[in-house]
Write a protein that binds this ligand. Structure first.
Ligand SMILES: [Zn+2]
Length: 290
């Protein structure tokens, strides 16, 4: 995994050009340009779900996934397990054992959280980030992203470009679509709507909504601090995390819920004397993406 995907999926996706734009740019212009080349192209929600599922299956096979007795899996199960249904779609989730700070969700409802994110976010902050990702699914951003990725691959390949329906993609195309999903660039509007979704999700479920502001502050700090060298330059070029934190704070103030957030203890180890519960499916591989 290249380090450029650090934080890619979570919060920095919206802010203009990065070097990844050459790879896939989900801006309106790019989508429009791609769509021009395809006439009579249909891509249903079912198509999006099916293709996303295939791409995620491939990503899963290429990443080390926290097994059922792994502390990260146990924690995600505890924090997020109760939210897999009830939002109008069903979600599944797994932890990728990667130091990178990232999370993403796809149109089929697959949520993937990197252990690096779980290292720096407490339970409420984690819910804020996951809530944001669910927002992209609920708002159909994820569907639009996979459609754009598919169209790009289909057009570049030339094979499926004239097809009115979604053609079978090759394994290599699927890999590129998977990468595009991880690196999805959403518009500023999409990002802010997903932020709002996360806020409402937290409020509705009785979480401390101030954790959303906190999550953004953490990311903003990371982009400025000593870890910046570890983090790709795309991070340091996106100071907007603070702005989004400000917006989260404003929402909380408006609701009369604002209180400076104090980060809770982060525990990713297996609790003592715990029994092994069913968590993410065990899948181990040494294959790396790209
Ligand atoms: Zn986002």
């Amino acid at each position: 995994m290249k380090k450029k995907t650090i934080i890619a999926g979570i919060l920095f996706a919206a802010f203009g050009l990065t070097k990844m734009s050459a790879q896939i740019n989900f801006g309106d212009k790019a989508i429009g340009a791609v769509q021009k080349g395809v006439t009579g192209f249909t891509f249903s929600n079912a198509d999006a779900a099916k293709l996303s599922k295939e791409a995620v299956d491939k990503l899963d096979s290429e990443h080390e996934i926290a097994g059922p007795s792994d502390g990260y899996a146990l924690r995600l199960n505890r924090v997020f397990g109760k939210h897999v249904s009830g939002e109008g779609f069903s979600l599944n989730y797994k932890v990728y054992k990667l130091k990178e700070v990232n999370a993403f969700a796809t149109a089929d409802g697959s949520v993937r959280v990197y252990s690096g994110l779980m290292d720096i976010m407490d339970d409420n902050e984690l819910i804020a980030v996951i809530g944001h990702e669910i927002g992209h699914v609920a708002n159909n951003d994820s569907r639009d992203a996979v459609r754009a990725a598919y169209q790009k691959e289909a057009l570049m390949d030339g094979v499926a470009s004239q097809s009115a329906t979604v053609a079978t993609v090759t394994d290599s195309q699927l890999g590129k679509i998977g990468s595009a999903i991880i690196d999805s660039k959403y518009s500023r509007k999409q990002e802010s709507e997903a932020d709002l979704y996360a806020y409402n999700f937290m409020k509705k479920n009785g979480y401390n909504v101030n954790a959303e502001e906190s999550a953004f502050r953490i990311l903003a700090k990371m982009s400025e601090g000593s870890q910046a060298s570890f983090i790709d330059q795309m991070m340091s070029s996106h100071p907007d995390s603070n702005k989004r934190a400000d917006e989260a704070k404003k929402r909380a103030e408006k609701d009369g819920l604002y209180k400076p957030y104090v980060q809770q203890k982060i525990v990713n180890t297996v609790p003592a004397a715990t029994t092994t519960k069913k968590a993410a499916k065990t899948k181990k591989t040494t294959t790396k993406k790209k």
